[in-house]
Design a binder for this molecule. Structure first.
Ligand code: FES
Length: 526
């Protein structure tokens, strides 16, 4: 079928020859016409950067158009961006009987989609937040599937995460939850997409590819778990590839992944948190996302530090053996209050004859109380050892890990002992950095639902410069919202109060003096 062109009369030729530059309106477009040494040229008048008029720009003899607002430069013949970011749309021009005609035909969808995604890729590689936002907005205006931008962000990043998953993928899963909740607000939906994509872009900025093996072997759970345990990345990756090749679904991998995530106190619980987010993301983005997300997740499991092997947590293995040798103690969050790691695990084992869900709730509450009573003065202490480098984000993991524990152990109840002891480890790790007094009254809310909505509204315009902070606000808020749904009102009040305190307190993200102090101490012993 012949392509239908949309030629429009723009201006008498004589008028442009007199003015040299002229902005005309055609349909709903502003088009800038230039009389150049290479002929009449037409382009969008609105600069693709911030929309200032290119008809006020400067044109060189070799047809380079400079937007004078921020000095972006464009090849006016091709539209290529020579300095700055986004491409400039140019239009075919014809002279017919001393009149300038411009073809404003839209390019076919595939070409426009490809042009925008190429530009988005450039913006992604440059970690250009505003440009990422514009390109995603263009894709949505084009009618593209908004989730394609997330799939592309994964495609562009998964091999660049040297040690596997980061909070960026976890955050993507959580931003998608909010995306779904704002179906009637395209601005807020764009926030979710841009925050998700830009965090990924930030985490792989200037990273090279760290290739995965392309081998594929039949998936066998026991062998896979052994590969993770022995840190044999190639074998574990090959097993996942083989499983996908053999058409296994996420559910088929989930038991092994959950066991692997809980086999140790892995990276302070991140392995399990990420697993639940992988499940959520794959569920939303489809099977196409499964291979990159699972391979990167498994790489993260391989590289995870096994905290239960360091002296502080070494009692974990023995306490796991003791599980069931309880003293009939009833779980109560107060029993874990300001207890050491070992004592926290002892208390947990002492309660182990109780239904795991009741121990879980008490430990969840204990971790929430820690967040509610974190001694903020710790942030300003200079003369502390590295073990004192504990901050707000460490405390939030007590809750986000708990949230992941409940989800996974509900499906695989034999894993409750590991998970509960690891929650106890979290409690013991953080409890020493809490105040003796709990300032519940100051942080309590009368209406928990209203307060949760308020905090999640704040996430949508969080104002944080660091993705790692905003994503912790987001994931902690979502975890708390899910957990309070199963708690009694007085316990739920504590979780929401703890979350509110986290949102409203100063977060010190750089310890310049402490780092200098610790470095001098360290080097003096070399
Ligand atoms: S508006 Fe043109 S370069 Fe900024």
């Amino acid at each position: 079928m012949a392509e239908t062109k949309n030629w429009r009369l723009a201006l008498p030729l004589a008028e442009l020859e007199k003015l040299q530059v002229k902005m005309v309106r055609i349909a709903s477009k502003q088009i800038a016409l230039f009389n150049t040494p290479e002929g009449i040229k037409a382009c969008d008048n609105r600069c693709p950067h911030e929309g200032y008029p290119l008809s006020e720009g400067s044109l060189s003899q070799d047809c380079i158009l400079t937007c004078n607002w921020h000095n972006w430069k464009f090849d006016l013949v091709s539209g290529e961006n020579l300095l700055g970011g986004d491409r400039l749309r140019t239009y075919p021009v014809e002279i017919r009987e001393n009149e300038i005609w411009v073809d404003i035909t839209e390019l076919p969808y595939p070409e426009r989609f490809s042009a925008i995604t190429n530009s988005l890729h450039d913006a992604f590689d440059d970690y250009s937040y505003d440009r990422i936002a514009r390109e995603i907005a263009r894709l949505i205006r084009l009618g593209a599937d908004p989730f394609d931008v997330l799939r592309l962000a994964i495609e562009w990043s998964w091999q660049k995460m040297e040690f596997g998953w980061t909070h960026a993928y976890a955050g993507m899963a959580d931003w998608l939850v909010l995306y779904d909740e704002h179906r009637d607000d395209n601005e807020l939906q764009l926030v979710c997409l841009v925050e998700a994509v830009s965090h990924v872009a930030y985490d792989v900025l200037r990273e090279q590819d760290y290739a995965f093996t392309t081998e594929a072997t039949a998936f066998d759970e026991a062998a896979f778990l052994n590969d993770i345990e022995t840190e044999n990345e190639d074998a574990a990756i090959a097993a996942i590839r083989g499983g996908i090749r053999d058409n296994l679904q996420f559910d088929d991998f989930e038991p092994a992944l959950t066991r692997a995530a809980l086999a140790h106190y892995n990276s302070f619980g991140h392995a399990l948190i990420y697993l639940t987010k992988a499940k959520s993301l794959i569920g939303r983005l489809g099977r196409v996302a499964m291979e990159p997300l699972l391979l990167s997740l498994v790489r993260g499991f391989i590289y995870a530090s096994r905290e239960d092997k360091i002296p502080e947590f070494r009692g974990y293995a023995a306490q796991l053996q003791n599980w069931g040798q309880d003293s009939g103690q009833k779980p109560d969050a107060r029993q874990w209050r300001r207890q050491s790691i070992n004592k926290s695990m002892q208390v947990t084992v002492a309660c182990s004859a109780n239904p795991p869900e009741t121990i879980y709730q008490a430990l969840l509450l204990a971790n929430a109380i820690n967040l509610l009573s974190f001694d903020i003065a710790q942030q300003d202490k200079v003369q502390v050892t590295v073990s004192g480098n504990v901050g707000w984000l460490d405390f939030t993991h007590g809750l986000t890990f708990a949230n992941a524990v409940r989800k996974q152990c509900s499906r695989y109840p034999d894993l409750w002992p590991q998970a509960l002891l690891q929650m106890a480890c979290f409690n013991g790790r953080n409890a020493g950095f809490t105040n003796t007094e709990i300032d519940l009254e100051n942080w309590k809310s009368d209406d928990l639902d209203q307060q949760m909505n308020h905090l999640l509204d704040r996430v949508m315009d969080h104002g944080q410069g660091e993705h790692i902070v905003s994503v912790h606000l987001l994931k902690t808020a979502l975890a708390v919202r899910e957990e309070i749904a199963i708690l009694g009102i007085s316990d739920a009040e504590i979780l929401v109060a703890a979350l509110t305190r986290f949102f409203d307190s100063p977060i010190k993200r750089r310890q310049a003096r402490r780092t200098a102090h610790q470095s001098l101490q360290f080097v003096s012993k070399e």
